[in-house]
Design a protein around this ligand. Structure first.
Ligand code: BT5
Length: 268
């Protein structure tokens, strides 16, 4: 499979300023999903830090069975293989870690305010610029690992998005007025992911949560959480130490939500 010209695995490997993430880099022209492919490599016992990048995805995945629109040449679709020795309950923290890394990266390319919406949306002016799909994998032989997948809309014009995303999605090109070099963006993302991950491994979970909270403005706002058929409204008050969202319901009850099975709308 030929590599896209601007995203070259050797250039990424040789120019990365990272300890772990990007120690091996594979770049593909088109794949079904970089997360699905990274999971296959994880199962084959690749080293931690492998990064899989694709120019396009035919079945880019979001959370809860949703899809991620992944046109060729326009975006950054990247998955990192991690092997932290943590239980599945830490998955929310790793999703938040990727969100922080994505914001710090995007901040290097635009002066627009970049905001996080729990658990995994990166927004500019209320529109979705990037999303994160963090998956915990357990194999039959007991091996475990985490796939951290990030999709960023880079050089999309409005008409590159399908009709249904035109009012809700944005790209770096749309927000800055100029094209962004995907190689530079990739190197910056790997660096921020690596720094956050190294700090996390040294016991920096609470640092991740604190930084995440600095880049959101949803606390104090009314939100609606959907969990299966259940819908709960309340005020988002913060995150707990696991990265769960804390909600004060209309009856005054405090509830904590794990990101796994829920979706969230800002309702006012
Ligand atoms: C996400 O899911 O936001 C996670 C997206 C993760 C994508 C990356 S790309 C590399 C790696 N490999 C994969 O297969 N996935 C990861 P969620 O919160 O469920 O949001 C999905 C929703 O966002 C969809 O239902 C659409 O409404 C919207 N959406 C889809 N494609 C979009 C895009 N390109 N830009 C903005 N919004 C989009």
């Amino acid at each position: 499979m030929p590599e896209p010209k601007d995203l070259d695995a050797e250039k990424i490997k040789n120019n990365r300023k990272t300890v772990l993430i990007g120690s091996e880099v594979l770049v593909f022209d088109a794949v079904d999903s970089t997360n699905t492919l990274a999971k296959k490599y994880l199962q084959q016992k690749v080293q931690e830090g492998l990064v899989v990048i694709a120019d396009s995805q035919t079945q880019g995945r979001g959370r809860l069975g949703r899809s991620w629109h992944s046109l060729p040449g326009m975006g950054l679709y990247l998955s990192a293989v991690l092997k932290p020795r943590v239980a599945p309950e830490h998955l929310s923290q790793l999703t938040l870690l990727a969100g922080v890394a994505a914001v710090l990266t995007v901040n290097e390319f635009t002066s627009q305010k970049v905001r996080l919406k729990w658990p995994n949306d990166i927004l500019i002016n209320g529109k979705k610029l990037a999303g994160i799909l963090c998956e915990y994998c357990v194999f039959d032989n007991g091996d475990t690992g985490v796939i951290l997948g990030i999709g960023i809309n880079v050089n999309h014009t409005a008409s590159d998005f399908p009709e249904e995303l035109r009012t809700t999605a944005t790209s770096l090109l749309l927000e800055t007025g100029h094209r962004i070099d995907r190689l530079t963006l990739t190197l910056s993302l790997l660096e921020h992911l690596d720094q956050q991950y190294q700090a996390y491994l040294l016991g920096g979970e609470q640092g991740v949560i604190r930084q995440w909270a600095e880049h959101t403005d949803m606390f104090g706002k009314k939100v609606r959480i959907t969990r299966g058929r259940e819908s709960i409204t309340g005020t988002a008050t913060g995150l707990d130490s696991w990265g769960n969202l804390l909600l004060r319901t209309e009856t005054g009850e405090e509830m904590a939500f794990d990101s796994g099975e829920v979706s969230l709308d800002l309702s006012g």
